[in-house]
Design a protein around this ligand. Sequence first.
Ligand SMILES: Cc1cc2nc3c(=O)[nH]c(=O)nc-3n(C[C@H](O)[C@H](O)[C@H](O)COP(=O)(O)O)c2cc1C
Length: 209
Amino acid sequence: MATLLYIQASPRIEHSHSIAVASAFVEAYRAGHGDDRIVEMNLFETDLPPFDLLAVNAKYNVMHSREQSDEQRAAWDRIVAEINRFKAADKYVFAVPMWNFSIPWRLKQYIDILVQPGLTFTIEDGRYKGLLEDKSALIVYARGGQYPAGTDLNAFDHQKPYIETILPFIGITDVSAIVIEPTLQQGPDAAGQKQVAAIEKAKQLVGQF
Ligand SMILES: Cc1cc2nc3c(=O)[nH]c(=O)nc-3n(C[C@H](O)[C@H](O)[C@H](O)COP(=O)(O)O)c2cc1C
């Protein structure tokens, strides 16, 4: 029995294009994997630990093998619990909007929690090494505009390249992508058509996941 963690990074839930496509994938997956556990998490509705001064000091204490204060230890325990929840999954589905050419701040907060030396990555012989193994991920990206490869606009895309850097960095190397764009630029009818096509593609990917 595998565990699939479905992470939504849009607060728009029922209006979100990335969630519509990712949810269609998850439902198709559920139909074919009745024994698997599916855990859903909307990052805007989840009480994530803040990655603030307390958490940063706790992180640096761990890195430099220093004693934690009680308050720092409690902050670090919350971070580690979140990492363990993430690592307990075998497969990941992410619904990721583009916000200001990058990812929503809440997903960045989640990444700042997850990416920790000794827990999700390490440095071996001067090289980065991800500590997660045998995981796969599907990322559904939604953008209001279009950023096609081979055009000048592609340089504005700090959403997909970032996710495709950070997931392998922690060891998630089997990463598939579906892009739905433009969700705004050409109006709602065009966005609707793009969504139908993206859902079709998502359902086709279920067999390989
Ligand atoms: C705060 C914010 C910033 C955005 N920035 C961009 C952007 O830089 N480029 C773009 O193409 N669309 C941008 N958009 C539009 C979203 O990418 C678009 O609405 C997309 O469909 C959002 O994903 P969702 O439908 O899953 O919520 C932005 C939307 C918001 C709310």
